[in-house]
Ligand binder design. Structure first.
Ligand code: ADP
Length: 499
């Protein structure tokens, strides 16, 4: 059931009030009528938001003109009909100007029903219109705020005249030119970097009316002569009776471009310095071999020829010199091996790690037999890799696991686990273990934790392992506890790209 119509009636005559109520009900309204005579009563009832106001034109001390004025001040949208005994044309005009919806003569009360219906419909429509206008305004404001307050600059350009027809206000802050500058003929072409002009001209050449998306980056000069990078995401469109236009957004990507350029510069500097170091290590180790060979050869000759002929000190000194020369020779050999890890031409091919592992174990056979080592392993996969380097990697790790064994015969286990994008290998031993503070340093070149007479070695083995893994774009690390063995882990990516 529709809710009853609340009719606020401004009337000093009780009989007229009764008559209005009667007419409303006769016209089919379930009306709840309330009579007021004074301004104070009227103001109080306005708070209740009546559905319609029916007002006598003039009452003692109050009347329709004042009631209309108060209604307007309240901002409420309530239809207002004046009901009066007699009225002049001027008064009617005056009342309508003040915002009355309609007027009615008291002796023509049969018209009340249709007049109220009409006023209610009209007021409903007005309210609807106001609501949709407010919603539209709000949505426009939101859209404008969205478009004009971010770093993404909206723009529209007439491709025939090559003129901007709209640019977001952010463009002014970004480039320092006023909107009227932007809307000048050829502004874009005049301020774009000469090398990027062709990119713009290509837009001109887009044929026909077909809509087309374009995505490009161009440089523009600010009013202060600074270069700004703009990424443009635009669409060229045309319809039959309008010019071809380009619409879209420009995004300031200067910071991103600068970072990109500086990264590229650093990468190329780094590559150059790496290559230089590589060359240096190779040349140094290679060229040092020759004089060292002479030193070793003649020290050995001295030892052979004069052993026992000079005094005991001389024999001892020659022994030291020989030992030093041999050690240096081993160091240089390892240094050369280390520098060769990355100078090898990439030869990545499907590598059966299990086969590579068996070859390595054969190479280590003597050392393994000597300490009665037990080496076990999981099935090892086939990966895209440099097979001889994978063999060397496993050999170095198992060799170390056995070398740094505990008091018992060592047990080493090699395993491989398939992860989402890589294989995770591990070589686990039950040896002496490593203190956590050495977890990183042991992978450095010539880094050792023990004296040579405790454990032989040159401190290059793990550096070579790490280099091999990195050349395969993998990672390498150790997990260990002193006295409780170590596990050396490394990964080999599945989708191997050549280094
Ligand atoms: P080297 O074996 O010639 O000393 P590496 O580079 O292979 O050189 O190893 C560096 C150091 O890391 C070793 O001197 C040793 O102290 C430590 N290390 C390597 N592997 C192990 C292991 N399995 N257990 C304990 N310590 C190890």
């Amino acid at each position: 059931m529709p809710s009853p119509l609340f009719a606020l009636i401004i009337e000093d005559q009780e009989s007229d009030f009764e008559m209005i109520g009667f007419e409303l009900r006769r016209a089919g309204f379930a009306a709840r009528c309330k009579r007021v005579e004074t301004e104070t009563e009227y103001i109080a009832q306005l708070q209740e938001q009546p559905g319609i106001i029916l007002s006598d034109y003039s009452l003692p001390g109050f009347g329709a003109p004042r009631a209309l004025e108060l209604l307007q001040q309240s901002g409420l949208e309530i239809p207002f009909i004046i009901i009066t005994g007699a009225v002049s044309e001027e008064t009617v005009v005056e009342c309508m100007k003040l915002g009355a919806t309609d007027y009615l003569l008291k002796d023509r009360m049969v018209r009340l029903g249709p007049a109220v219906t009409h006023a209610l419909v009209e007021s409903g429509l007005r309210r609807q219109k106001q609501a949709s206008e407010a919603a539209l305004r709000k949505s426009n404001e939101r859209f404008q705020h969205l478009v004009e307050t971010t770093n993404v600059i909206p723009c529209e350009l007439d491709l025939e005249t090559w003129r901007f027809t709209y640019v977001g206000p952010q463009a002014v802050t970004l480039l320092g030119y006023q909107p009227e500058d932007w809307y000048r003929d050829g502004f874009w072409c005049a301020h774009v970097h000469p090398e990027d002009r062709d990119t713009l001209f290509q837009l001109r050449g887009v044929p026909g009316a077909a809509a087309k998306d374009h995505d490009f980056t161009c440089r523009m000069l600010t009013s202060k002569g600074v270069t700004v990078w703009l990424h443009c995401v635009v669409k060229t469109t045309a319809c039959q009776d309008c010019a071809r236009i380009l619409r879209g957004f420009m995004i300031d990507v200067t910071e991103f471009k600068q970072t990109q350029e500086s990264l590229a510069r650093h990468a190329s500097d780094l590559a150059a310095s790496n290559a230089e170091l590589q060359q240096f290590a190779y040349v140094a180790s290679h060229d040092l071999q020759e004089p060292l060979r002479m030193v070793s050869f003649y020290t050995q000759l001295l030892s052979k020829r004069y052993k026992g002929q000079l005094d005991a000190d001389a024999d001892e000194f020659i022994g030291y010199a020989l030992d030093g020369a041999l050690r240096m020779s081993a160091l240089i050999k390892h240094l050369l091996e280390y520098s060769r890890v990355s100078t090898r031409r990439p030869e990545f091919a499907p590598t059966d790690c299990e086969a590579a592992f068996h070859v390595s174990m054969t190479n280590l056979q003597m050392a393994l037999d000597e300490c009665q080592a037990t080496i076990t392993h999981d099935p090892l996969p086939t990966v895209k890799a440099d097979s001889s380097q994978i063999g060397q990697l496993l050999q170095n790790l198992v060799g170390n696991a056995v070398k740094f064994r505990g008091p018992e015969a060592p047990h080493v286990h090699v395993s491989a686990r398939e992860e989402q994008s890589e294989w995770l290998f591990s070589v686990k031993d039950d040896g002496i273990g490593i203190e956590p503070e050495h977890f990183d340093t042991i992978f450095g070149i010539f880094q050792r934790l023990h004296a040579r007479d405790e454990y032989p070695g040159s401190g290059v083995g793990l550096a070579i392992c790490k280099r091999i893994v990195e050349r395969h774009r993998g990672r390498m690390w150790v997990e260990s506890e002193p006295g409780n063995g170590s596990t050396f882990c490394f990964t080999i990516p599945k989708d191997q790209v050549l280094a």
